[in-house]
Design a protein around this ligand. Structure first.
Ligand SMILES: Nc1nc2c(ncn2[C@@H]2O[C@H](COP(=O)(O)OP(=O)(O)OP(=O)(O)O)[C@@H](O)[C@H]2O)c(=O)[nH]1
Ligand SMILES: [Mg+2]
Length: 296
């Protein structure tokens, strides 16, 4: 009998959920940046071996929402956590317990929802600090067992994965064994560009930006032509994204194209357009494209 189940990765923004998802699946699916609130919607990453299929759910970080988009992101994260068979709470061990992690622990407790604890980024901290952190977290909720991992180096991740494979419910695989995600290529391609926006632009700009794939044409020579729109809120932001003489958008495009080419294993012709939509953060169409609910 095989085993198969959904495993949600939840935690504060920047805890390392997307890095861990990529590590568990063995391929880069989710975008990763040093900035908080990079992930905006749920993304499945599927890892299948002979005996078990683990369907990992990467979720947006959970924080105190202010904007409509923040609320949608946090709602998506909680939906991911509560729908799953198993929840893994990731805590950045270098950061310790912050207000966000505390709030997550409280809500899990209120929902009577046990979670496995993964202390992440152990490559950055001393072992005695980990023990005291485990101790503090055990006072906040029912977190067992505890794994100490580094999504970045892979340390401890194998132990976590083996444990999960042993505890998900018995049942048939829900996805073909070679399928890695439920996400469409058009969405992943937009995310790759958004990753560059987050990496190359600063302050509030990344948070005023969304990226959509508008057209996708497979060419007879095996390459693909992709057109994407980067939405910003103000003309001044458009000017920053373009950069002096179009330099910034060129670099964003070049890096995204290289990344996308590697991901798809084919030649990519990428065309980026920057549009000003002052109200995109209140536009249901943009939310649909991001894969989050408008009405939460
Ligand atoms: N040193 C170290 N850095 C890590 C580790 N895991 C993730 N990071 C870094 O932490 C930052 C955030 O990683 P993400 O994977 O994007 O974190 P996230 O939890 O998905 O963040 P949001 O999507 O914003 O909620 C990135 O700069 C990662 O490289 C780790 O184990 N060790
Ligand atoms: Mg993320």
């Amino acid at each position: 009998m095989t085993r198969c189940g959904y495993v949600a990765l939840i935690g504060a923004p920047n805890a390392g959920k997307s890095t861990l998802l990529n590590r568990l699946v063995g391929q880069k699916l989710a975008i990763v940046t040093p900035k908080a609130q990079t992930t905006r919607s749920r993304l499945l990453g599927i890892a299948t071996d002979d005996g078990a299929q683990l369907i990992f759910v990467d979720t947006p970080g959970i924080f105190e929402p202010r904007r409509r988009l923040d609320r949608a992101m946090v709602a998506a994260a909680w939906a991911g956590a509560l729908d799953a068979d198993v929840t893994v709470l990731l805590v950045d061990a270098a950061r310790g317990i912050d207000a966000n992690t505390r709030r997550i622990a409280e809500r899990l407790k209120a929902a009577n929802r046990p979670a496995i604890l993964a202390l992440n980024k152990i490559d950055l901290v001393r072992r005695d600090a980990l023990l005291s952190l485990t101790d503090q977290l055990s006072k906040l909720g029912n977190f067992t067992p505890v794994f100490m991992i580094s999504g970045l180096t892979g340390d401890g991740v194998g132990d976590l994965q083996r444990h999960l494979a042993a505890i998900v419910p018995e049942g048939p695989f829900l996805f073909p064994p070679d399928q890695l995600s439920d996400a469409q290529e058009r969405f992943l391609a937009a995310e790759v560009t958004r990753e560059q926006v987050f990496l190359q632009l600063h302050d509030e700009l990344p948070y005023s930006t969304t990226v959509e794939t508008e057209s996708w044409q497979d060419r007879p020579d095996g390459s693909v032509r992709v057109e994407q729109v980067i939405y910003v809120r103000r003309a001044s932001q458009r000017a920053i994204v373009l950069g002096e003489g179009g330099k910034r958008i060129k670099t964003i495009g070049a890096r995204a194209r290289a990344e996308l080419g590697a991901m798809l294993d084919r030649k990519v012709h990428l065309f980026l357009f920057v549009k000003v939509r002052d109200n995109w953060l209140d536009d249901p169409e943009r939310f649909r494209a991001m894969g989050v609910d408008f009405n939460v």
